[in-house]
Write a protein that binds this ligand. Structure first.
Ligand code: FAD
Length: 472
């Protein structure tokens, strides 16, 4: 039964709307649930629509927060904000059926943030890990030349979509959290009292929140509305590295990430994903790649991008032919020029950025998910510690994290790492394989095998406080 509680003047209160959606929470997949929420917005009377999108008057007691983006940062923000007593609407532009995305690893402080969420979420994430056991370096014919178990593979290797799924489920356990899919913002204005956003629905509905948090990835719309297009675009620092990520049929793939370097600064990689599918990566580095791929990347035509990559990798043997055949048929193709996001400040008034939107470190660092989780925890913690003073909270968030973020944004080996693992010449490729073979043969990796490198009495680092109000 859907119960409707009318507020003063006959308006449906925010509480009533939340009761309506929470009934569907228990029994329906998120896509269906959110379409219903969205239909409510579009089909109901003007009064009801305005109740959901202009409920500022009903939320004076609780901090009302709009989170833009329902990925990793968005879900973790929603969880910890609700835990700290805030009322949270998360809007996500996709339909809710997320692609599996890339394999990512989690270790150290972010792992601790998830462990502290309790309810077995960390264990569930571990159980859904891809099972990758290390990496193998291949020769030009696709034969394994060296295997290094464990060293570069964390104990939690999970597909990005699976991780988001668990974290969204965790946030959704709070009645104070609502996820709405197929939704974004088109405008934003703020004053001393709050931030009024305009949504992208056909009515261009508006609603005022106490604060807005942008967790909408490296091409953040929130950042653009906060700082203007010119400043937002200038924050994106493109690197001379192009990568394509997609899934291919599993075939006889091992549980290793298999890396095959090729001349011309190119590399192919296959990683385990599920029983039926593997993740495939194609990457190319340097001015040559920029000359060949820049235009198709800018134009955004997926078929043209696939063709350009097919052509670029068609002279390579080993595992490459299988990958480029799979490339033509794959449905979840993602291609980008790898970039970082660097901003002077992560907030402006009552609006702040989190995760890739504010400080994307790029996949080259392997730190994006880590920063998204830690950033969300600290931002939510500071905000719910000072709910009446968002500016103070945002300053504290930035003060705590900026040094750590800048350190994690460093590309390994003084920025040369992409070039070292994408050699140009046959000699360079030979050297790289020899290096991996030496590490494998010498057994140096065994020094780290299966070791939990965190101290036994692991605590949050000092810059990452345990917020008193999160304690049960
Ligand atoms: C190949 C690869 C490997 C990686 N490996 C690792 C790794 O090993 N370890 C690691 O820590 N990181 C890794 N990363 C990085 C990691 O995936 C990202 O840094 C991380 O997902 C950032 O999380 P986020 O929530 O900030 O942004 P995203 O994951 O980009 O999520 C943003 C969300 O916002 C939504 N959105 C966007 N625009 C709007 C809008 N206008 N309105 C509403 N919603 C919107 C998007 O649909 C998305 O769901 C890797 C990345 C890649 C590509």
């Amino acid at each position: 039964m859907v119960s409707v509680i009318s507020g003063e003047n006959g308006l449906r209160s925010k509480f009533a709307v939340r009761r309506t959606t929470s009934i569907y929470k228990a029994s329906m997949p998120s896509l269906v649930r959110c379409s219903i929420a969205y239909n409510n917005l579009n089909n109901n009377s003007e009064q009801q629509t305005s109740a959901l999108f202009s409920s500022h008057q009903y939320s004076m007691a609780k901090l009302s927060v709009l989170v833009v983006g329902g990925g990793i940062a968005g879900s973790v923000l929603a969880y910890w904000l609700a835990k700290g007593g805030a009322e949270v609407l998360v809007i996500e532009r996709s339909s809710g059926s997320l692609d599996k995305g890339q394999g990512i690893d989690i270790e150290g402080p972010p792992r601790e943030v998830i462990r502290r969420m309790g309810h077995g979420y960390l264990e569930e994430i571990q159980a859904r890990s891809t099972g990758e056991t290390g990496f193998a370096c291949l020769d030009d014919n696709g034969k394994i030349r060296a295997t290094i178990p464990g060293l570069l593979t964390s104990d939690i290797e999970i597909m990005r979509g699976d991780l988001t799924d668990v974290l969204t489920k965790a946030a959704n356990t709070f009645d104070a959290v609502t996820f709405q899919y197929g939704c974004s913002i088109v405008a934003m204005e703020q004053d001393d009292a709050g931030v009024t956003v305009t949504f992208n629905d056909s009515d261009r509905s508006r609603r005022t929140f106490d604060v807005v948090l942008g967790a909408d990835g490296s091409r953040s719309k929130t950042r653009q509305l906060m700082f203007g297009s010119a400043k937002s675009d200038a924050a994106i620092k493109p690197l001379d590295v192009y990568s394509a990520f997609f899934s291919i049929p599993r075939g006889d793939d091992t549980m290793y990430a298999t890396i095959q370097p090729a001349t011309g600064c190119r590399q192919t990689v296959i990683r385990p994903m599920s029983k039926e599918t593997s993740s495939a990566f194609l990457s190319a580095v340097g001015k040559g790649a920029t000359a060949q791929l820049e235009q198709v990347q800018r134009e955004g035509d997926r078929e043209a991008q696939k063709k350009a990559l097919y052509h670029m990798f068609s002279d390579i043997g080993g595992q490459a032919p299988r990958i480029i055949e799979g490339l033509l048929d794959t449905k979840n193709f993602y291609f980008e020029r790898i970039s970082q996001v660097k901003l002077e400040h992560w907030s402006s008034g009552r609006v702040a950025l989190c995760g890739d939107a504010g400080y994307c470190p790029s996949p080259l660092t392997g730190q994006g998910t880590n920063l998204a989780i830690i950033g969300s925890y600290v931002l939510a913690g500071e905000l719910t510690s000072s709910p009446n003073d968002p500016t103070k909270a945002f300053q504290a968030y930035e003060k705590r994290l900026r040094g750590y973020v800048e350190e994690k944004q460093q590309i390994p080996l003084g920025g040369r790492a992409p070039f070292l693992v994408h050699p140009k010449t046959a000699w360079g490729v030979w050297m790289l394989r020899a290096f991996f073979s030496l590490i494998a043969w010498s057994g140096l990796w065994k020094l780290f095998e299966g070791k939990d490198l965190r101290p036994k009495d692991y605590k949050f680092p000092d810059w990452m406080p345990v917020y008193a109000h999160y304690e049960d």
